[in-house]
Write a protein that binds this ligand. Structure first.
Ligand code: TYC
Length: 114
């Protein structure tokens, strides 16, 4: 965003000592990555204990916080498990969907841009 202000020219070398050619960035070109919420959706069939286990296993939650999130989803219909960059969020969604499928539960997990 602000590299133009920070770009400066540097000596390209050569016997004449002319200040030509080489450009050095004095400020690194960093951009904040977009963040994505990973969401769990409620359903009528997935056991509460399974959802708590998912939150512990894939989202690093302790039993207490996992239970709070699970109950929030159960009561409100949807809830946030965590916020990640795109690739991490996508991986979490895939892991949860695969795990739920392996256990024949209809649990749904999705992501949305923050
Ligand atoms: N509603 C489910 C039940 O009563 C529990 C549940 C909670 C399911 C959260 C999914 O994302 C979910 N067994």
């Amino acid at each position: 965003m602000n590299v133009h202000l920070a770009d400066k020219e540097k000596d390209g070398g050569g016997k004449s000592g002319g200040q030509t050619g080489v450009i050095t960035r004095t400020q690194s070109k960093t951009k904040k990555p977009s963040l994505y919420k990973v969401l769990l959706l409620n359903d009528d069939y997935t056991p509460m204990e399974f959802v708590v286990h998912v939150l512990e296993r894939f989202f690093g939650k302790g039993r207490e916080e996992a239970t709070v999130i699970m109950l929030h989803v159960h009561q409100k219909g949807v809830g946030v498990c965590g916020v990640y960059t795109y690739e991490i969020a996508e991986t979490k969604v895939t892991q949860v969907m695969d795990f739920a499928r392996q256990h024949s539960h209809p649990l749904q997990c999705t992501m949305e841009k923050e």
